[in-house]
Design a protein around this ligand. Structure first.
Ligand code: V55
Ligand code: FE
Length: 494
């Protein structure tokens, strides 16, 4: 990797791998329960060519889609590049044509007006299709059996938004996918498209509204009645981009907002609640209705978790000095006004997971990643540069918190949740765990953990034969869902 910069974004756990590979029948230590039957898809940013600028970041890495296929206690693995327009152009040129993160004004002329997205954030399964998504562009459909790229997904030309979130929400009862795109009308616009796709994958609704300022809306939430859009003061500016500057700058003094509208309503019905200045959250756990109240649980921090977004806003703060916690916001929809209640429920952390059936509903337990107080300094790596080394399970109803701590020199990436058919059984969590084994050497393993008893550690482990670059998000797709996969159709071209 001699041609990559020697920064946190390209060394340690973030060392580029760039190998498309597969392996069958990986070694399994312990027993994988028979109910764990399906595929764990992972989104892994991994730059295929060295970056144009030495200060490039993990978030710019070309998306790779990986799959652990698990059945009968056996595990196969495969990983391939998402063949975005950008990936194909740069592969052909054998060098970077696209410049800074989300700044087209820094691109090579050969990249002009081309699709800049790297589809590297979340594998999304809906209505029999798999998409690789990133919030700056449309998703790319992936053949879930071969991991080949089918093409850019725009709902048969129906979607007007230029972007598609990496965090759509699927209602477990209706099968509908609720999603949005921000900067929907183009670079640095305040336009947000709020959309619904029905259970068959057809776009049934797309409405646009303006957010208070152009912020990075990374995630949103649905309850049974509402769609909820959090607006945090990390903002984009076209003049800054034209001058070659950063897409995002965090503004510590600027107020935050939450927009709430009936999920089947009109965007004109949006109610705006005003929040504290400077706060930030990338991921929301869940939202649910409780009479006239709406509860929103989120991984809140007192500033932006990404160093490059803080620095662009002139904020000097060490990663370890960021405050925050798992937080519940409660909105009383029967009252007028802009205020809401706030209560801290758990330690700081991120990458929350929920059972699919609990989406938008009251829930018994959620899981998220955090820091082990006894785990020593975090391993450098992952998108923010410091990897998590503990998993937490929280029961918001009674405040109970359990931990699966990892030892010194270990890191965990976001798990997926696998449900069990047994009533009251929490199911399982599957996550990749990395262990430092030498200077710039890491051993990765897939861990299978009982979701109701995380403190006892993994019940099965799958050591990986090759290094693996840090993942962003993952998704579990059951055997039944895989069996219902649509065969990619030939008429759709990239
Ligand atoms: C995030 C990740 C991204 C991105 C913007 O985790 C935000 C947050 C992997 O890419 O482009
Ligand atoms: Fe995310």
């Amino acid at each position: 990797m001699a041609n990559f910069p020697k920064t946190i974004h390209f060394t340690g756990l973030n060392t580029p791998v760039g190998i498309e590979w597969s392996a069958r029948n990986l070694d399994v230590i312990g027993d994988i329960p028979a109910e764990v039957d399906g595929a764990f898809f992972r989104a892994v940013p991994d730059p295929a060519v060295p970056p144009m600028y030495a200060d490039d970041i993990v978030l710019s890495g070309d998306g790779m889609v990986a799959r652990f296929a698990i059945s009968g206690g056996k595990v196969d693995y495969a990983i391939r590049y998402v063949e975005t327009e950008r990936y194909k152009l740069e592969r052909e040129a054998r060098r970077a044509l696209f410049g800074q993160y989300r700044n087209p004004f820094t691109d090579d002329p050969a990249a002009q007006d081309k699709d800049r997205t790297v589809a590297n954030t979340t594998p999304v399964w809906h209505a029999g299709r798999l998409f690789m998504t990133k919030e700056d562009g449309l998703g790319y459909e992936i053949n879930p059996h071969t991991l080949e790229t089918v093409g850019r997904w725009d709902y048969y030309g129906a979607l007007r938004s230029q972007t598609f979130t990496a965090h759509p929400r699927i209602d477990p009862q209706t099968g509908e996918m609720f999603f949005f795109g921000y900067e929907a009308g183009g670079l640095c616009t305040k336009d947000v498209a709020y959309c619904i796709a029905d259970k068959d994958g057809n776009l049934t609704s797309e409405q646009w509204f303006e957010q208070p300022y152009c912020s990075t809306i990374h995630d949103f939430a649905i309850s049974e009645k509402y769609a909820i859009f959090p607006i945090f003061p990390t903002t984009a500016d076209l003049e800054r981009l034209k001058a070659g500057g950063a897409h995002w700058a965090h503004q510590q003094e600027l107020e935050s907002w939450v927009g709430i509208m009936p999920r089947y309503g009109k965007v004109e019905e949006m109610r705006w609640f005003r929040g504290r200045p400077g706060i930030s959250a990338f991921h929301l756990v869940n939202a649910f209705d409780d009479g006239d109240l709406v509860h929103l649980d989120l991984c809140l921090s007192d500033t932006n978790a990404f160093g490059f977004m803080r620095e662009a806003g002139g904020i000097q703060r060490d990663q370890r000095e960021i405050g925050g916690g798992l937080t519940r916001w409660t909105f009383d929809m029967s009252k007028d006004g802009e205020s809401y209640a706030e209560r801290v429920m758990g330690p700081p952390g991120d990458m929350p997971r929920l059972r699919d059936v609990d989406q938008g509903r009251p829930y018994r337990a959620a899981w998220y990643m955090s820091m082990n107080p006894q785990g020593g300094p975090p391993l450098p790596g992952g998108p923010v540069g410091a990897a998590f080394n503990a998993m937490l399970r929280i029961e918001p109803g009674n405040g109970r918190i359990d931990m699966m701590p990892l030892d010194f020199g270990m890191a965990i990436s976001e798990p997926v949740h696998v449900p069990s058919a047994t009533p009251d059984h929490d199911g399982w969590l599957l996550a990749v765990v990395d262990r430092q084994s030498g200077e710039d050497m890491f051993q990765s393993e897939l861990w299978i953990v009982e979701a109701g008893d995380i403190a006892k550690g993994p019940i099965a482990r799958v050591p990986m034969p090759l290094p693996m670059r840090a993942q962003v998000h993952g998704s579990w797709v059951s055997r039944a869902q895989l069996d219902g996969a649509r065969v990619p159709q030939a008429e759709r071209v990239a």
